[in-house]
Design a protein around this ligand. Structure first.
Ligand code: DON
Length: 315
């Protein structure tokens, strides 16, 4: 209808982000609480399914949020974007050990590794993320390196690892352990598997709010430049991280996510999704109810509304 088109044009020219986020929260209200909370890590199953928060961090420092945007939650696989960026800040070596093709398989799948000589399809499935953590471990404990970076970018020294989630995940990590040992059998693990697994589990168990994640990710919208003006990544490396997020960041739903949202995005089973609008902003949305592929139902809906209302997709 004509009236809603006129509204959409309004947002595309002059975006009041605070008002926009309020509208999106209203629009997706019916989706909040849908899906199921991840329960394969018992400590994650304790989160309240009715939570919803969303924040936008702009390249010039602006920060806007709605709902539970200041409530910390388990970042889980969103950590994989940051560890990849940190590994690439030391050079391109990681690409000798991990591919960059979508897997079309669930995030914890083993099936492709044997046919593909222990080289994971991409850095965002668990096998690939374990390789990235192993690579980052050349430069010190990967979880500590990540934590320091996230604290600096978000300006919040209090960000930490949720010890209960970490212990719970460590006690239920047989699948990841299997992936890591299998890759070790192909000589694609440089450090002992228990040490890599420990760092991987702790990196996934960091707790942050939507506002903190959005601020920590905005360097990817700024083509590699951090909040203090220093450069973490060359422009081409930042482009590559965003490209791999688009094609691989939501696992076997990456095609559907690109179709609906049209932005680089990375999900976590804690219910968070971080998405990048290059040149403009980073977005983080959180709602714990997941679809069968492990992506937040209300989170995807909110990002879908965001790009529809603003026109800010990369396409
Ligand atoms: O490796 C795991 O099982 C979790 N700690 C992280 C998984 C995750 O978030 C995958 N994402 N959607």
């Amino acid at each position: 209808p004509r009236s809603s088109r006129a509204k959409e044009r309004f947002y595309a020219t002059a975006v009041d982000l605070a008002a926009l986020l309020d509208r999106i929260a209203d629009d997706v209200a019916a989706e909040i609480g849908r899906g199921s909370v991840a329960d394969y890590i018992p400590a994650l199953a304790r989160v309240e399914p009715g939570r919803f928060g969303m924040a936008v961090a702009e390249v010039d420092g602006g920060l806007h949020g709605v709902g539970d945007w200041e409530v910390p939650f388990s970042i889980q696989s969103m950590s994989k974007v940051f560890t990849l960026a940190l590994a690439l800040s030391h050079g391109d070596g990681v690409w000798e050990r991990v591919g960059r093709e979508p897997s079309g398989n669930p995030f914890n799948s083993l099936v492709q590794l044997e046919n593909e000589d222990g080289i994971p399809r991409n850095p965002f499935i668990n096998a690939g993320a374990l390789v990235v953590t192993d690579e980052l471990a050349h430069h010190g404990d990967a979880a500590e390196t990540l934590l320091r970076f996230l604290q600096e970018e978000s300006g919040r020294a209090g960000i930490g690892i949720d010890a209960e989630v970490a212990a719970s995940e460590a006690a239920h990590a047989d699948r990841n352990r299997a992936l890591a040992y299998f890759m070790a059998s192909y000589r694609n693990m440089r450090h002992p598997v228990p040490a890599v697994l420990d760092q991987y589990v702790r990196q996934c168990s960091i707790a942050m709010s939507c506002g903190d994640v959005a601020r920590a990710a905005v360097f990817l919208a700024r083509h590699g430049v951090r909040n203090d003006g220093s450069r973490l990544l060359e422009q081409s490396a930042a482009k590559r991280v965003n490209a791999v997020m688009l094609t691989c960041g939501t696992y076997d739903a990456a095609g559907e996510f690109a179709y609906r949202v049209g932005l680089p995005g990375k999900s976590g089973v804690g219910g968070g999704i971080v998405a990048i609008v290059p040149g403009r902003c980073a977005i983080c949305v959180w709602s714990p109810g997941l679809d069968p592929r492990g992506n937040s139902v209300a989170g995807v809906a909110a990002l879908d509304r965001f790009t529809t209302l603003t026109g800010w997709s990369i396409f």
